[in-house]
Design a protein around this ligand. Sequence first.
Ligand SMILES: [Zn+2]
Length: 364
Amino acid sequence: MGKRNFYDFSDFTNPIKAIELFEKAIQEGMDFNELPGPVFLAKVLTPPMPLNANQMSAILHTPAAAVGPGGLVGTGGATDSAQMVTVIFKGRIDQLHNFLPDPCDVAFSKNPRKVNRLRRKHTDFVATTAVSDMPIEGDIVKVQLKLGAHSWDLQYGQYLGMYEEQGAAWADDVDSPCHSAMSTFIKGIRKGVRSYSPPLAGKYLPDGRGIENGMLPGDILVTVDPKYTMGGGQLLKDVVEDYNNLAKAFVEANGYKLKLTQGYRPYEEQVGLARTKPDLAAKPGTSNHGWGLAADIQISGMLPADAAAGVTSAYETGVYKWLFVNAPKYNFENPSWAVEGASCTRCKEEPWHWEYTKKHDLIR
Ligand SMILES: [Zn+2]
């Protein structure tokens, strides 16, 4: 393999055209497993982030105007999975980066700062791709490097396409040091989930730490007290005492435990719910369940007295009526969008959904 198959990025004004040409070159006989470049296999180390026109111009030496907008992250709205975006990510080519430890090695999983430092030392790859084909951390992708003065330029390279979607398995493993909310988000797009956004970012006020909806660290979640609640589930640790007191009062007044069908709901589950029950679930990444601030409580079929009285509406049950009066004493409410007859655009009758009312003291 000689320079015959080498393309200089500066030859191209349009990154998409460049990729087509690269892929054609691969089909024409470059075997990237055997040949020493310019095409390599790389492991994706960081979530792809949108590239702004100035960065792109600096990296690809193309006029900014020739470059389409990136703009995947933070759009907050529906994402057209066929939309082309230009993004940048860090990648590792094992045979060229062997002077650096692999930051995704589980040995580093307790040391996120080290993982980040190591990732930053790897190569930046630029990808122009459909959102639905976006690589995520852990994927093995085809990339191309250009020659520097003496060897391959490890500063910047070009993404050519997917080789193996390893990242999906990683995203299921939240302990992987290379897992992130963004990879879950992109994984969701790959599965064809439309119109949802990456998890909302927030600040956990009690200690000032940055958190993401549905990605809460385990140390701020606490399981509700099974003495007063069936079903179980976790809530944000700061609201568990109020919740348990509410459940205790319910038991004392009614002689039965409350049944919690869901408290904290991880982002992955929110995405799953949006796929299977789109009209029931909030937009993934935005739900108060993802902050551990909402409790879904079984309303119907809980009290024998309801059955005896032939109650059919959940809002008429003993459980709902008792909670409606008493939950506010413990800083919980059935929010106005969820009450009987609620009829605003975003309203939905959800008698089972109870939220903590002092949310803004905890998360902003
Ligand atoms: Zn709910």
